[in-house]
Design a protein around this ligand. Structure first.
Ligand code: CO
Length: 162
């Protein structure tokens, strides 16, 4: 699969919910996972490879693969994490978005449509929010918490409105 870079329109458009479940979905996720590993990433959303599907794959701290379909945020902390984020759609760009909650309670579905609940902390929470932003058509480099001057400079580099 080819990874799209900003400002590709697929990265700026919210993805449609997954409504058809089954092993074909796992085949797509396997292919996304392989693409992510080859690119040395820790998360990849479907629209990053041009698929209009509300799902992503990621690696949790410790190395476990997690496939997430139709994610929803149930609750999140008021305290904020300060992690430097990178993105396979903006290679070489690393930035602290400054607005990622320290933990998040989520639910999502697996490839058979079964719902799962989980709580993620630290880097896992940051990665989850980063991928969820992709599915909502948002770019991490447009985060309002990045100082204005820096945001402008980074967004210009990737052809995005600051
Ligand atoms: Co990304």
């Amino acid at each position: 699969m080819e990874i799209l870079k900003f400002p590709h329109p697929a990265l700026l458009t919210p993805c449609k919910s997954v409504t058809v479940f089954g092993s074909e979905l796992k085949t797509i996720l396997d292919s996304m996972y392989k693409t992510m590993i080859e690119a040395k990433g820790i998360g990849l959303a479907a629209n990053q490879v041009g698929l209009d599907l509300r799902m992503f794959t990621m690696i949790l701290e410790g190395g476990t693969r997690l496939d997430v379909i139709n994610p929803e945020i149930c609750d999140s902390s008021k305290t904020i994490n300060q992690f430097k984020e990178g993105c396979l759609s903006a290679p070489g760009e690393f930035v602290i978005t400054g607005d990622r909650p320290s933990w998040v309670a989520v639910k999502y579905q697996d490839e058979f449509g079964l719902t799962h609940g989980n709580i993620f902390f630290g880097i896992n929470a940051v990665a989850f929010f980063h991928e969820l932003d992709h599915l909502d058509g948002k770019a991490f480099i447009q985060s309002k918490n990045i100082p204005k001057k820096k945001r402008r400079e980074i967004c210009r580099r990737w052809g995005l409105k600051p």
